[in-house]
Design a protein around this ligand. Structure first.
Ligand code: PRX
Length: 638
């Protein structure tokens, strides 16, 4: 059992409150979570808090609730009906402010639009939209009628959009004519048109007018949202959903070429997020909460939509690039809306560090009370800069560790319970109810200060229900260390029991905090007609954390050239999107492989980073030391 060790408790004696809650949550998880769940509104309470048939967990079985009811209806019955739910700012500077009652009206009318388009409970709806109010409204509208949304990040290409639509068998797509990014219009509708030539399951497309640019509308398929809203009903009964009915599918990268559709349920997911944001961010109805992530990632789902709105807080949503048209755009937004909690990524912090703090000091950021970081390890320097210049040495930083699969925050300081001593670069301790550990290769707890694999030893409410259409892939999370959830991350626990996350232990990269599999990148590269073989490694990057280095062997008759390098980069952007752009491309006549054909990743990594091959373990590479060194030297020469 994961009681935190005594020396830790005695060292930080004032943390008694935290440990009382934490230890109880681990000793009596069902009673603990039942108590937490009562903070949400249920149409029917549960028969059982947890049904655990490893590796499948079902939370609050027999219960019924509705996500949109918990995010809007319950607020309009209180004083919050006239308080702000959302401050929205478009990149060109246009703004919209929605109260909870306006949001409620919009969610209902959008739900009616979906119903009038033939969408019902269980149908999948893809949302390929810029960061405009219509995106969260459509998510809530889907939840209201029991449809399952799948948000596709608006930076993904037509092919990536089509792959996701096809895997989820989406019935209806919502997109916009365009969205603003860095002063230009991203032509979302024309990208969607291209995707739809590959996606026969989509029957209807709803188009939001955002950028007011000319687009083509296919008469039998495409409909303008504003026309549909004219005929929409002002109220749609929220569908009573079983706690384990899916709320959404969100695609993320794994170790194979095919992204996985992570399925999240309704009851467990909402309970976990409601609690996590109260504990980690001390979130309250009076908070003005800005999470700068895109709604297209899990951070956006939980931290922009479901957690803050279930608390009745005000969210800030910003459409465009962080440093556009001037470098202080974000600081201007914080000052303008009086943001109290600001949640962002280490990559963004490092980018702003590079611009210098004078841009920050032009603004009054005294409304800020708390800062958060997510998505990748935060280095000490970035942590300190964030603490000093953004938080004015006043605001705690919550470094929150979690994943698309976990649904909600798992490891983080909990100032909402009790302020614990922070250590720059450590996500500190697991949240109540989260039984996290670092284990060695045999699955035993690793000793303090020793690197091991981060695992979660008990089910938690926000955990994924499954992988859409592929329960076998879901089982893999629980098979590397039988019976416990394997996160894919390396971590260390220090002598105080604090967790330090060291990065991915599998073939997944984190480029500017975005998760992308090497296999996905390699598949995209090899689909170019001149490429015979491709392999990807990452290189340390001072801003993005990691950047992509692509090694390619060309087909007979193809000649390496700078032009071909650019063409390959463009090709990868086209296949996946701008996040897949390699920073460097190397042509080679031979890729370093073991006898069984496995790519020697560490050789690639050493060459990409211009470091020595270091301590070579033959086990990991299935190759002898001599073979690895030879492959390294050959590749370096090439
Ligand atoms: O490697 C860890 C890293 O992000 C991965 C999960 O990525 P994704 O599913 O895209 O979700 C990101 C946002 C929730 C993890 O396996 N990661 C996330 N948060 C942190 C982190 N690494 C270090 N510190 C963090 N706080």
């Amino acid at each position: 059992m994961a009681e935190l060790s005594l020396p830790f408790e005695s060292r930080y004696f004032p943390l008694k409150k935290f440990f009382d809650i934490y230890n109880r949550s681990i000793q009596e998880p069902e009673a603990f979570w039942a108590e937490q769940a009562r903070q949400l509104d249920w149409f029917k309470t549960w028969d059982k808090v947890l049904e655990w048939e490893p590796p499948f967990a079902r939370w609050f079985t027999g219960a019924q609730l509705n996500a949109s009811y918990n995010c809007v209806d319950r607020h309009v019955k209180t004083w919050r009906r006239s308080k702000v739910a959302m401050y929205w700012e478009g990149e060109p500077g246009d703004t919209r402010v929605l109260s909870y009652s306006t949001l409620y009206g919009a969610v209902n009318r959008f739900a009616s639009v979906l119903k009038n388009c033939g969408v019902g409970k269980g149908d999948r709806v893809a949302l390929y939209l810029p960061m405009i109010p219509e995106l969260p409204i459509f998510m809530l509208a889907c939840g209201r009628i029991g449809a399952v949304h799948t948000v596709v990040f608006s930076g993904f290409s037509a092919q990536a959009l089509a792959d996701r639509i096809n895997d989820a068998q989406v019935k209806l797509l919502v997109t916009a004519d365009g969205g603003f990014r860095r002063g230009k219009v991203v032509p979302l509708k024309s990208i969607a048109d291209e995707a739809l030539t590959m996606s026969p399951s989509v029957e209807r497309t709803i188009v939001v007018k955002r950028a007011d640019v000319p687009i083509s509308m296919k008469p039998s398929r495409d409909l303008w949202l504003h026309d549909l809203l004219d005929k929409a009903a002002p109220f749609v009964q929220p569908e009573p959903m079983a706690s384990n009915d899916p709320l959404y599918i969100l695609y993320t990268s794994g170790t194979t070429g095919k992204p996985k559709g992570v399925v999240h349920g309704t009851g467990g997911y909402l309970v976990h997020n409601y609690c996590a944001y109260k504990w980690a961010f001390d979130l309250k109805e009076e908070s003005v909460y800005w999470c700068s992530a895109d709604v297209g990632w899990v951070t956006g789902h939980s931290s922009i939509v479901y957690a803050p709105l279930s608390h009745g807080a005000a969210i800030v949503l910003y459409e465009g690039a962080p440093d556009y048209p001037t470098i202080d755009r974000w600081w201007d937004i914080i000052e303008k809306y009086g943001v109290t909690i600001f949640y962002t990524s280490p990559t963004a912090i490092r980018m702003f560090m590079g611009y210098g703090e004078e841009w920050v000091h032009r603004h009054d950021l005294s409304s800020l009370e708390l800062l958060g970081s997510v998505g990748e390890p935060i280095n000490t320097q970035a942590w300190l800069w964030f603490y000093r210049h953004i938080g004015g040495e006043r605001c705690p930083i919550v470094d929150t560790w979690w994943q698309t699969e976990t649904g909600g925050i798992m490891i983080s300081p909990t100032p909402g319970i009790e302020r614990l001593p922070l250590k720059p670069g450590s996500a500190t301790l697991p949240l109540p109810g989260v039984d996290a550990d670092v284990v060695d290769e045999t699955g035993k707890s690793a000793p303090p200060e020793e690197r091991g694999w981060l695992v979660i030893k008990k089910p938690w409410p926000g955990m994924l229900l499954s992988i859409h259409g592929d329960p076998e892939r879901y089982r893999q999370y629980w098979s590397r260390f039988p019976g416990v959830y394997y996160t894919g991350d390396y971590a260390v626990k220090d002598r105080d029991g604090y967790f330090w996350i060291l990065g991915r232990a599998d073939e997944v990269l984190k480029i500017a905090g975005h998760r992308i599999g090497t296999a996905e990148l390699e598949d995209a590269a090899t689909s170019h007609p001149q490429v015979a073989e491709a392999a990807v490694a990452s290189k340390g990057d001072p801003v993005k954390g990691e950047s992509i280095v692509l090694f390619v062997r060309l087909k007979e008759g193809s000649t390496p050239s700078p032009g071909l390098k650019n063409e390959l980069s463009e090709h990868m952007r086209g296949k996946i999107g701008p996040i897949a752009t390699p920073d460097e491309v190397y042509f080679t006549t031979k890729l370093p492989k073991t006898r069984s054909g496995k790519i020697m990743r560490r050789v690639l990594k050493a060459v990409a980073n211009n470091t020595s091959i270091g301590d070579v373990t033959t086990l990991e590479d299935e190759a002898s030391v001599e073979e690895v060194v030879k492959a390294y030297q050959e590749l370096k020469k090439a």
